[in-house]
Design a protein around this ligand. Structure first.
Ligand code: F3S
Length: 392
């Protein structure tokens, strides 16, 4: 591939992967089963990204393995009701068309593991999107490094990734023990815990004790998303919950540094990420809403009339399922919107009239003010929905 025997695009992609492999002293390349590509929104990749993707197409790039995509900058079919400009939409649709020509699946979601790209335990993959990486490594026990858009594309085109980092057993062992000393009751508590942990530990592999949780996928997805936002944690273990925790023996934990996280840390993260303004929009779905979360929202708003805007971001596939069971009609009947293919962070919120939002996600509250100058405040999912129902 490197020598161009399989075409220009593969040679270019392999050159990039070899360079990364050299930096990390990878011994060789390995095959990957699937790829999650980030850098799909026109808002985040701009003109340069669009040119790059179209150039890759001209060079004959095609996915060699199952490849799914991160959210785009708009609902691909419902962008007009989001009030996205036609200029932005035209550029976004060109990006999507480039991915289509490269035979990638136009999933446009950060929860590929809920919609058919669910790696098995021990399987090597090359995923971008920090929240999905965390879920794949920690909850599913698959193996991926923190890929960026270009390296994930390289892995899609070649079906390979360099063997280093979290593909190796020795780097998957816990490096710290975290004792949680606060009762975690809501989705937001898990999000706050992840954020506090990421900030405290930067990049490492925590072994978390004391979370008093069952195997709740929604809590795990928000926990991992926050850890990867304030820090660079791509793998965590929770005693008795995550995929590899049963492989960790008490003796492996003996000499590890111990830290504890309590109520005051969670409270200070919440204060730090909350702006004092009164939000006019409620945005849920960072990471994208699961079917269960849409079900919770639907139940809370069914038959009501919302007083504030309520936007729920999810994947197209999850939305289709939610339509079948009546969740979408309950939410939209109350005046809310279920928005597919995009999210509150990578869509041009500020250009479509959004100025302040209430959300249940530390990741969203972290990125939104810096990327779009929109103010954010935090509350658990159920409180967010009740806020949308209340009179202002
Ligand atoms: Fe997903 Fe967008 Fe949040 S990609 S994790 S919903 S920033």
């Amino acid at each position: 591939m490197l020598q161009g025997e399989h075409g220009e695009a593969k040679a270019l992609a392999m050159k990039l992967l070899v360079a990364v492999g050299d930096i990390f002293d990878a011994e060789r390349m390995i095959k990957v089963k699937s790829v999650q590509v980030s850098g799909v929104s026109y808002k985040t990749i701009g003109e340069a990204g669009l040119d790059f993707l179209e150039d890759l197409c001209r060079k004959g790039a095609e996915a060699a393995v199952k490849t799914t995509l991160n959210p785009a900058g708009m609902d691909l079919t419902g962008w007009r009701r989001m009030k996205v400009s036609s200029d932005f939409a035209r550029k976004q649709l060109r990006i999507i068309s480039a991915f289509k020509r490269m035979r990638m699946n136009i999933t446009c979601t950060c929860i590929p593991y809920f919609i058919g790209n669910r790696p098995r335990f021990g399987e090597s993959v090359a995923w971008a999107e920090s929240s999905a990486i965390s879920f794949a490594n920690s909850v599913l026990g698959a193996r991926t490094n923190r890929e960026g858009g270009p390296t994930a594309l390289g892995s899609s085109i070649t079906g390979r990734t360099p063997l280093y980092g979290l593909h190796l057993d020795e780097n998957r062992k816990p490096s710290h023990i975290v004792q949680v000393q606060s009762e975690l009751r809501t989705d937001l508590d898990f999000s706050l815990l992840g954020y506090a942990l990421g900030r405290k530990l930067g990049s490492c592999v925590p072994f978390i004790k004391g979370t008093n949780m069952g195997r709740n996928f929604d809590y795990l997805k928000t926990l991992g998303a926050s850890m990867a936002t304030s820090g660079a944690i791509a793998l965590y273990h929770i005693d008795g919950i995550t995929a590899e925790s049963h492989l960790i023996k008490e003796r492996d934990l003996h000499f590890l540094e111990k830290i504890s996280i309590g109520k005051s840390e969670l409270r200070s993260v919440k204060e730090e990420l909350t702006s004092p303004e009164s939000p006019r929009y409620v945005c849920l779905g960072c990471p994208h809403c699961s079917l269960e979360e849409l079900g919770t929202v639907a139940k809370l708003v069914d038959g009501m009339r919302l007083k504030r805007k309520l936007w729920c971001f999810t994947s197209r596939k999850t939305c289709e399922k939610a339509e079948k069971v009546g969740y979408v009609s309950a939410i939209e009947g109350a005046g809310g919107m279920v928005i597919k293919d995009t999210c509150m962070v990578v869509s041009p919120l500020e250009k479509i009239g959004v100025d302040q939002i209430l959300t249940n996600s530390c990741k969203a509250a972290h990125y939104i003010p810096s990327l779009s100058k929109v103010q954010a405040a935090l509350a658990p999912l159920e409180e967010c929905v009740r806020f949308a129902v209340e009179r202002s």
